[in-house]
Design a protein around this ligand. Structure first.
Ligand code: DOR
Ligand code: ZN
Length: 446
């Protein structure tokens, strides 16, 4: 079952859409050509009318293992990921214990081996006191270094100016930041409590985790990177103002890059009225004007990558009052169907979507042999049917937390099939049960 001929596909790759056939063998793309004929031992899939693209490389997920496994784990969340068209992911360090040592990193890699349906890598996390550990980490030991320049789930805030300067100066890994200024948020929260008392409405989150908090922290990260010559990638940009800090141009060769996440591109503040704290997340979902600016920045190449920031919490952790509700939402299972709303809105072409979800993550994180449909590369592929909407309520609930912010919705395309390392893992709404995920390798020459 590991030899496939995908025939008559509209292959979306490297800025073009070409109708052709793809032969998969030994986990890799063996041949891309039109008129290939089926061989013995090969399973043929007629992809006519459907797009075949490189699977999404989601460089920003929280899978909760170890220590927070009531919310999710590597096995459950990686299954949900392939249903959403994600074939590789990079997972964040705010677990318990946090991934702030090389030992904790090694533990995560061994937990994922044999249990992950998608390919995987893990971030090393920065803290106020692990600079020695960061400096000792080899360039291939982690996908990058995560720095929380603003506290969120977990307690990994790095707020000492000299610590930040040391990290930006000495990190052997690309620095990836969560930017929200904590003192600004504290002040805004105090003002919201003074105004609303105990009953802070969910929509106030956008003013508490404000534009100003994001802009101030993102500006600091960009300034530090310029000062120290650091490779910097700023996560989940959420405001129009921040997009102005990024330069347009191809991702290759950029020193500073930015990410936009599905929920900031899909929801707006009006959605707090119906979804309440279910869409509470950090940074907050902001206004229609912000969403428009983020979409525009993707189009004009100031924002280079799209990711999910999949951050599952139990419903019981989301349904209390504003201050007790956890920040974050599960997203991987609907990643490409929700992202396709940008294609449906003509904000991005399918080629541009593939650039943001597959090519650019592969380039930015220097992944070896993934992120493109090329002969010899790993066969990490998705087949998208844009004539069939995803009716969310008809889907199995694959994230362990058991809920989705997309409940009741129809998303504009379906993930008809997903292959990871040449293995079919998802087809027509069902997991195949194969667990072929491998550790991501880098081409960093380090
Ligand atoms: O909303 C968020 N949830 N933002 C973060 O930075 C962390 C994440 C989580 O881990 O729950
Ligand atoms: Zn995150």
């Amino acid at each position: 079952m590991n030899r496939w001929l995908i025939a008559n596909a509209r292959v979306v790759n490297e800025g073009r859409i070409v109708e052709t056939d793809i032969r998969i063998r030994h986990g890799r793309i063996e041949r891309i050509d039109s008129g290939l004929t089926s061989r013995a031992g090969e399973t043929m899939i007629n992809a006519r009318g459907r797009y075949v693209m490189p699977g999404m490389i989601d460089s920003h997920v929280h899978f909760r293992e170890p220590g927070l496994t009531r919310k999710g784990n590597i096995a459950s969340e990686s299954r949900a990921a392939v249903a959403g068209g994600i074939t590789s992911y990079m997972e964040m360090p705010n677990t318990s214990p946090p991934t702030t040592t090389r030992q904790a990193l090694a533990d995560k890699f061994s937990r994922a081996a044999g249990r992950s349906t998608a390919n995987y890598s893990f971030y090393l996390g920065a803290s106020n006191d692990n600079l020695d550990e960061i400096r000792a980490t080899g360039p291939d030991e982690a996908c990058a270094l995560k720095v929380f320049m603003g506290s969120s789930t977990g307690s990994m805030l790095v707020d000492q100016p000299e610590t930040l300067a040391g990290i930006f100066e000495h990190s052997p890994l690309m620095v990836v930041t969560h930017c929200e200024d904590a003192p600004t948020i504290e002040r805004n929260l105090a003002a919201a409590i003074a105004r609303h008392g105990k009953d802070i409405p969910a929509r106030a989150h956008a003013e508490i985790r404000s534009h100003e908090a994001c802009l101030k922290s993102t500006r600091l990260a960009v300034d530090l990177a310029r000062q120290h010559g650091t490779r910097l990638h700023v996560l989940h940009l959420s405001t129009a103002e921040e997009t102005a800090l990024f330069e347009s141009g191809p991702v290759a060769g950029k020193q500073i890059t930015g990410e936009a996440c599905i929920h900031h591109l899909y929801f707006i503040d009006a959605d707090y009225e119906t979804l309440g704290n279910l869409i509470k997340c950090n940074p907050s979902i902001k206004t229609m004007a912000d969403r428009r600016a983020l979409r525009q920045a993707l189009r004009d190449h100031r924002i280079d990558l799209m990711a999910t920031d999949h951050a599952p919490h139990l419903l019981s952790e989301k349904t209390g009052s504003y201050d007790s509700a956890a920040a974050g939402l599960p997203l991987v299972q609907y990643a490409l169907p929700a992202a396709w709303s940008l294609v449906a809105a003509r904000t991005l072409s399918p080629e541009q979507l593939v650039e943001k979800t597959a090519h650019n993550p592969a380039i930015r994180f220097e992944l070896a042999e993934r992120g493109f449909i090329r002969e010899g590369y790993w066969a990490d592929l998705v087949m998208i049917d844009e004539d069939k909407r995803t009716i969310v309520d008809n889907q199995p609930m694959l994230s362990q937390c058991g809920w989705t912010p997309f409940a009741g919705r129809k998303l504009p395309a379906t993930v008809a099939a997903t292959w990871v390392n040449g293995h079919l893992v998802w087809r027509d709404g069902l997991l195949t049960g194969v667990v072929p995920g491998q550790k991501l390798e880098f081409s960093r020459g380090g």
